[in-house]
Design a protein around this ligand. Structure first.
Ligand code: MN3
Length: 229
């Protein structure tokens, strides 16, 4: 075993120890951050989102944001701040914190709002959707348009602005909790439209991935963000 292999083995050991933590639902309160476990298997969202995409997306892409966020905050005062506090003041931080802190927050959120069970919104939440969009179909149309037309890499969001639902999108790993966001709000639902989220199965057909996304939404988790317990 050469020196590099030795350190890789050491690192893998350290990571697997940290990966065993229970998925608490939100990113850890403060750094160093660790990868949250999924509440379902990598193949559980088939055929809507394929196993290999889920595995690479979670274990490689999300892990890389965490590794780089920890690196960017190492030894800094912000290492002890809650991630949401950092995100709310993101304009004061280096771009590495914006990209990787956003990446960690966004992916942790995304895994929560996915579920193999799919289903429909409750009557209680549907009433809010109808009030703010007219119908679930109109919300889907607006959300899908935001997700389809987001140029390059980014996210589409359903947010709550003091209880009123609104659709928006952000570039890269920005999100509506950031002080630099054009449209701010509390995230309720989101879709990752980076190519790494769909390219293996859908290639250039982003719209097909967005359509399939609606089959694997964890409405209970989504509504939990609108009606906090
Ligand atoms: Mn992603």
């Amino acid at each position: 075993m050469n020196r590099q292999q030795f350190f890789s083995t050491l690192l893998a050991g350290a990571l697997s120890t940290r990966l065993t933590g229970v998925f608490a639902g939100q990113p850890a309160v403060a750094g160093p951050y660790t990868l949250p476990q999924l509440s379902f298997g990598y193949d559980a969202l088939e055929p809507n989102i394929d196993k290999l995409t889920m595995e690479i997306h979670h274990s490689k892409h999300h892990q890389a944001y965490i590794t780089n966020l920890n690196k960017a905050l190492e030894g800094k005062d912000a290492e002890k701040l809650p991630l949401e506090e950092i995100i709310a003041n993101i304009s004061k931080y280096p771009v590495a914190v914006r990209n990787n802190g956003g990446g960690h927050w966004n992916h942790s959120f995304f895994w929560q709002i996915l579920s193999p069970a799919g289903g429909k919104p409750s009557d209680k939440f549907l009433a809010i959707i109808n009030r703010d969009f007219g119908s679930l179909q109109k919300l889907q149309d607006e959300f899908n348009a935001a997700a389809t037309t987001r140029f390059g890499s980014g996210w589409a969001w359903l947010v709550s602005q003091n209880g009123k639902l609104k659709v928006t999108s952000t570039a890269n790993q920005d999100n509506p909790l950031m002080d630099i966001a054009e449209v701010k709000g509390q995230p309720i639902l989101a879709i990752d439209v980076w190519e790494h989220a769909y390219y293996l199965k859908y290639q250039n057909k982003r719209a097909d991935y967005i359509k399939a996304f609606w089959n694997v939404i964890n409405w209970k988790a989504v509504e939990g963000k609108y009606f906090p317990a």
